[in-house]
Design a binder for this molecule. Structure first.
Ligand SMILES: Cc1cc2nc3c(=O)[nH]c(=O)nc-3n(C[C@H](O)[C@H](O)[C@H](O)COP(=O)(O)OP(=O)(O)OC[C@H]3O[C@@H](n4cnc5c(N)ncnc54)[C@H](O)[C@@H]3O)c2cc1C
Ligand code: FES
Length: 252
């Protein structure tokens, strides 16, 4: 069930974030993910961030597995399975896309298929901003927590300003749950549709182990992209998640 792909190119995208481009005949839709296995190291979920002649994973160095992946260069091999999960659905009308940190990796192929969306790219600092150059023709709105570039504050605050000034039919989002929570509340208050890609700890990626479950949904098969009504009713989102042993832990 795994196939081996060879890395064709590695791109430095932002602080601690690299893209690995490879050839693969699978046909993912934006928002879907793959399980990436580095034999002897670990296996972890990665969204598809480039869909074209070459496909790509854009990987933020977080811990052991992603650090080892960052050591790979052109010619190295990845063992992958997928694409898995449900991606984004296209909704007609004006879109606002909000990406926090490496969440922009998941949103990037969607942005390339939308008709002139407004984009908010948020990050902690200027050095952490992902894909500002890739989407420069769409003049993205920028927010940084420390004010080192663009709006000084959090991405949902900037999104709220845009919602006050424009009429949007849909908000697409990906980022930390603590960023998604206020965006979902904003969509609810302003009666705007929303789709958000969630990140939960995954082991099997195919609906067997339950490690990614949240309020009765398995993120790997029912998501990772969820839409309006489900998101409005997900009471654990931004509050509680499961650790590697399946125990619930409170998010701070
Ligand atoms: C659907 C989905 C898509 C993702 N897409 C991207 C992406 O495009 N770019 C990106 O940089 N990151 C993405 N992530 C997060 C990425 O999977 C984790 O950052 C990575 O697993 C961390 O592994 P590590 O060994 O470096 O971290 P460590 O903290 O050393 O180890 C974490 C352990 O938990 C496992 N694990 C499984 N799922 C997760 C998870 N969701 N978060 C953290 N650990 C997890 C890892 O395999 C590892 O065994 C995605 C996660 C999900 C669920
Ligand atoms: S990762 Fe196993 S059920 Fe979702």
């Amino acid at each position: 069930m795994y196939r081996v792909v060879k890395i064709q190119k590695v791109l430095d995208e932002a602080k601690g974030i690299k893209t690995f481009l490879f050839e693969d005949s699978s046909e993912p839709t934006p928002g879907q993910f793959y399980m990436v296995w580095l034999p002897g190291i670990d296996e972890f979920p990665m969204s598809i961030s480039y869909i074209g002649a070459l496909k790509g994973f854009t990987v933020k160095k977080i811990g052991y597995g992603t650090s080892k992946m960052h050591e790979l260069s052109s010619g190295a091999k990845l063992w992958i399975r997928g694409p898995y999960g449900k991606g984004f659905n296209y909704v007609k009308g004006k879109a606002l896309v909000v990406g926090g940190g490496s969440g922009m990796a998941t949103l990037a192929p969607l942005i390339e298929r939308l008709d002139a969306p407004d984009i908010v790219i948020g990050a902690r600092t200027k050095a952490d901003l992902l894909f500002v150059e890739r989407f420069k023709d769409l003049a993205p709105y920028i927010s940084t927590d420390d004010g080192s570039a663009g709006f000084h504050g959090y991405a949902p605050q900037l999104a709220e300003q845009l919602v006050n000034e424009n009429k949007y039919d849909i908000i697409y989002a990906c980022g930390p749950e603590l960023m998604l929570k206020p965006l979902i509340e904003l969509a609810k208050r302003r009666h705007i549709e929303i789709q958000a890609s969630l990140e939960r700890l995954m082991k099997c990626g195919i609906g067997i182990c339950d490690s990614c479950s949240i309020n009765g949904y398995r993120v790997c098969v029912d998501g990772p992209v969820f839409s309006t009504q489900v998101l409005f009713n997900m009471r654990d989102l931004g509050k509680v998640r499961r650790d590697a042993s399946g125990n619930k832990e409170v998010l701070s």
